[in-house]
Design a protein around this ligand. Sequence first.
Ligand SMILES: [Zn+2]
Length: 177
Amino acid sequence: MDECRWGKITSWKLAGFGFGLGAFFGLLLVCERGFVFGLDHANLLFHEAGHPIIGLFSSRLETYGGTIGQLAFPVLLAVSFWRKGQALSFAASIIWFFENGLNIARYMADARALELPLVGGGDHDWNTIFTRWNVLQYDLNIAGTVKCIGWIGMTLPILWVVWRWWCDRKRPDESAE
Ligand SMILES: [Zn+2]
């Protein structure tokens, strides 16, 4: 057991985490059509930053840069919190990573419909990518799968946190998260 790897999750911290999750999933349900206010604005920012950054290395990969960009930031956060042993922040980063899956799925599902407003009015990433891969007619199926992975990926860190809290019950309080 890696008991010392992570800071202790007390019942109070678990309650705070649960409260935050409740607000998050509430927002997710309220924001119909998959755009979560605030969070997806941040995702969009990292998406738009990703295109030119990846584009520096390869113009062919630039199309993928947006998706890479929006996934990279939660990964960097998760690695940082993992190294610090901050279990709740780590879990939140993973949840954010997979929430991006819903955001990406929404964009994928639009590959043929081309109805979403695009920032900068440029190319539609997923229309370009799916056309390149010759799978454009499967856009809704692929989007459905990614959405499903997103939901599973958001659920697992929650179970992990509850499991850690359960294991931490008898642990002394000294280590601060
Ligand atoms: Zn893009």
